[in-house]
Design a protein around this ligand. Structure first.
Ligand code: SF4
Length: 334
């Protein structure tokens, strides 16, 4: 069975192509736990439920094969809204947060907990690109699966300029962490009012609040689609050729300091060590210095790394002098 490429695989590989191998081969990662905590802290799960209330639809459940089958059946309807629709094009399989179909028109709505200001669209455009890329990937997959369709992609984000008129809105939601097999955990969010006789009235007031705003990705799609297509093609090649990377696929850099595949788990593969080889064991290491990434106008560490100079002793006192001639004192060794 060949590897599949999901939305989350795309996101990880889009950040660093080498991570695709580590994700698919289940190298230990600190990200799942971090992601989970971050989503909980930011209320990401509640935002997802809020989005479903504002854009009600049919929830597609079941394992991937069942979900794919159900989605195909449901999309035979002329007009339908689906939550978690499953779409496949070759090895690419995606679950779409909210998918609206009206005739041949499809709207993909990707829900994110990242807040933005609906009044500062241009300023925020570049900030949103990181969040938009996987929505653009989904648009590409849906267009491949339904070539006759006309697909538009959107982000649905909390709008920080909006205030709710509803008293105790936070109390509408109940979250429950479900432990699964191994490290698998899920958060089930329910809306406690959903069965109330006046719920439709409450839901309408929620829609009126406009706490979540749609951000049209047409422009960002135009600007980024060919890059996303090229990257996806390369991801599939790597999945199908046992991850035979070439030098141009990835580069070790100062960004590796925070790599989630740096886990040091005894008896388990360590992605960071695999990428860095013997440079991972140099001690003291340039990563032992706080804010090292800012040295030399943010460029010094990457320069040293590109020459394989990763010992702390490769730094000299001139490296700590700022442009104005003063010494930068924020750096200290771990
Ligand atoms: S160590 Fe660096 S190059 Fe390797 S996977 Fe992590 S971020 Fe990518």
């Amino acid at each position: 069975m060949p590897f599949t490429l999901s939305k989350s695989d795309f996101k990880v590989a889009d950040n660093c192509m080498k991570k695709l191998k580590y994700k698919k081969l289940h190298y230990p990662s600190s990200m799942e736990e971090n992601d989970f905590m971050k989503m909980l802290a930011e209320g990401g799960y509640v935002v997802g439920k809020l989005a479903q209330l504002v854009h009600p639809g049919i929830l597609v459940t079941g394992i991937t094969s069942e979900a794919l089958q159900k989605t195909t059946e449901l999309l035979k309807q002329e007009k339908v809204v689906l939550h978690e629709a499953a779409i496949q094009s070759g090895q690419k399989i995606i679950r779409i947060d909210i998918l609206k179909k009206d005739g041949s028109r499809f709207d993909i709505i990707e829900v994110k907990a990242k807040s933005f200001s609906g009044e500062e669209e241009n300023k925020e455009k570049m900030n949103l690109l990181e969040y938009a890329r996987d929505a653009i990937f989904q648009k590409m997959v849906l267009e491949e699966a339904y070539p006759e369709s006309n697909v538009k992609a959107w982000l649905l984000l909390p709008d920080k300029t909006k205030r709710t008129e509803i008293d105790g809105l936070a109390g509408w939601f109940k979250t429950e962490v479900q432990e699964g097999n191994g490290n698998f955990r899920n958060v089930n969010v329910t809306c406690i009012n959903e069965n109330d006789p006046d719920f439709e009235e409450k839901r309408q007031s929620l829609i009126k609040d406009g706490l979540l705003s749609l951000y049209d990705l047409t422009e960002l799609t135009k600007e980024n689609i060919s890059n996303i297509q090229d990257l996806t093609k390369r991801m599939l090649e790597l999945l199908n050729n046992e991850f035979q990377y070439s030098d141009s696929d990835y580069k070790i850099s100062k960004a590796c300091k925070g790599c989630e595949y740096k886990t040091n788990t005894p008896g388990e593969p360590d992605g960071y060590k695999e990428c860095w080889g013997k440079l991972a064991n140099v001690s003291p290491h340039i990563f032992d210095i706080y804010y090292g990434g800012t040295l030399g106008e943010n460029k010094l560490l990457n320069e040293l790394i590109s020459f394989g100079k990763v010992s702390l002793w490769n730094l000299n006192k001139n490296h700590f002098v700022k442009k104005d001639g003063t010494v930068n004192r924020q750096h200290k060794v771990d």
